[in-house]
Design a protein around this ligand. Sequence first.
Ligand SMILES: NC(=O)c1ccc[n+]([C@@H]2O[C@H](COP(=O)([O-])OP(=O)(O)OC[C@H]3O[C@@H](n4cnc5c(N)ncnc54)[C@H](O)[C@@H]3O)[C@@H](O)[C@H]2O)c1
Length: 252
Amino acid sequence: MQRLADKVAIITGAAQGIGAAFARGLAAEGAKVVIADVGDGTETANSIIRANGSAIYVKTDVSSPEQVKALVEKTIAEYGKVDILVNNAAIFAKLGAKKFSDISSAEFDQVMAINVRGPFECAKAVTPAMIANGGGKIVNIASSTVFKGVPDLLHYVSSKGAVVAMTRCLARELGGHKINVNAIAPGLTMSDGVLGQPDYTPEYITNNMNGRALKRKQVPEDLVGAMVFLCSSDSDFMTGQTMAVDGGNVMH
Ligand SMILES: NC(=O)c1ccc[n+]([C@@H]2O[C@H](COP(=O)([O-])OP(=O)(O)OC[C@H]3O[C@@H](n4cnc5c(N)ncnc54)[C@H](O)[C@@H]3O)[C@@H](O)[C@H]2O)c1
């Protein structure tokens, strides 16, 4: 029995990396998937269709309220409703490590526009459709860096701290509409973004891995089980929570 049969899920940043694994994982559980990405999500959509799933790609910059509105309109035109929103799109690996005093105001604002205002714009745009439909699930992607205060990435870590806070505020505001809002905090994950970034040296990855209770590299697929749980009726009485899925590195 597929746990997300007939559900419609929008997943931002799903052209590659962790978002693509979420898209494939939710589709395997029966969800119709909308891949919303500023980059090309055609191949992710096609891989789902080849596996007998249903998916479309809608080019979207999550920091643009107009494009996010068009994304929700296209989803409803194609699939008739929205049950699930996964706020996964973010700028991360390409930021590189730098001291907080070397982060420009422009870069700080860009990170906040995508990583914080993006999930806000998407939540705002999908909730009328979820309310009309009698409920829904929103899952935000935070980061375990929030609980460690990782240095040399202040803008990114601060943006993910805001995602944890936003998850709690949205859970309180939307609970009356039967919309559950939770977050997943991944540990360092071998996504396309991380693998393509030379700053993540083998030494850095090994050091990170050694801080875990479960001492191995984390891959995008490690996050899919928690995501399916938070999108399914199994988590119907859980909201406002942030689940760390990082091999037992942070424990909160
Ligand atoms: N990989 C990790 O180690 C790690 C750890 C903790 C949290 N995370 C979080 O997981 C999520 C996915 O990370 P990843 O490593 O797979 O990243 P990635 O760089 O591999 O993929 C990110 C995707 O988001 C898209 N994107 C970027 N800006 C966008 C925008 N403005 N609008 C729409 N799409 C946009 C990119 O085009 C890309 O397809 C992010 O929220 C990231 O912060 C990642």
